[in-house]
Design a protein around this ligand. Sequence first.
Ligand code: UDP
Length: 375
Amino acid sequence: MKYDYLIVGAGLYGAVFAQQAMAHGKTVLVIDKRDHIGGNIYTENVEGINVHRYGAHIFHTNNQEVWSYITRFATFNRYTNSPVANYRGELYSLPFNMYTFNKMWGVITPDEAQAKIEEQKAEAHITEPRNLEEQAISLVGTDIYEKLIKGYTEKQWGRPCTELPPFIIKRLPVRLTFDNNYFNALYQGIPIGGYTAMIERLFEGAEIRLGVDYLEQKEALDALADTVVYTGSIDAYYGYRFGELQYRSVRFETELLDTANYQGNAVVNYTDRETPFTRIIEHKWFEFGKDQDGNDLPKTVISREYSSEWKSGDEPYYPVNDEKNNALYTRYKALADNEPNVIFGGRLGEYKYYDMDVVIAVALDRAKAIFGETL
Ligand code: UDP
């Protein structure tokens, strides 16, 4: 049987594209080298808790079209992300807001906080921020940069903040209000029942083969479909012919604990340089809401997150979108643009630090360009 589409990678991009293709009457074959669907948003149930096996995923968007679309496949809870930063035992609210400024400087009003930031910015003599360090200091001043940003960022990215692009820190809001909501998004939540169930619904009707490595048997698999939707790493697709793109990989140490409440919050970031992990996730708090029925579950699952430079054999998570890598990506993209009957999509296929809502938007746009409308 010949399929219209071979979807390589059963993550979010592949699932949205497959759903659209099937809705337009196309046949799809989905393959993934892992033994499960969902890509990095995969969740698995452990003692009644949906564990985000490949790191915390919190859905948030301002895109009405994306929200209307994805809520057809999942009901979202009212989880609001408000991580806590732990700097050598001092706890701060995130994102940077009046609670953070009050704890850091003792300031009470927004004017006082603003003045403090301006004073520190002026001392650092930054006019046009050229890197993450300068961008961070000009947004929140030196104290917050030193305690809450520098160590965490250098652990997460394995590079000095002076060598990282400013846009990474611009993901975080800075607010002169008492608001611990991490995202500036109209819609936010976690799918009730976990992300895996949502992906299953998107793939409904598709044939899925797990444990299949596309690049190992590319020719035979290509012969099965008219068009390939490839969501793996773009440099791997081309056999690294121009050299390897850099990625950050993440390792999780996950534990099931005999305690109902380990840290009182889904996300606690360890922002000092010495603690070897970047954050601890307590998965149950994504689901139940704080101080609600979560405490009825006598156990909890936590994951410590360790960041490392990707090397062959590791799972790639974050593209390193600095100038050097973006330039290399441009060379691969030029090949991809001329690749007949292959669509490259997703964080790895497009080498972009995408949030989930953007992945959905891009996949829907791509499908719309082909099929004419979103169904
Ligand atoms: N960041 C930081 N301190 C924190 C949290 C985040 O300095 O406590 C910076 C860090 O540079 C990180 C960026 O903000 O890479 C983006 O963080 P986000 O939480 O969006 O990253 P993700 O959840 O995608 O890993």
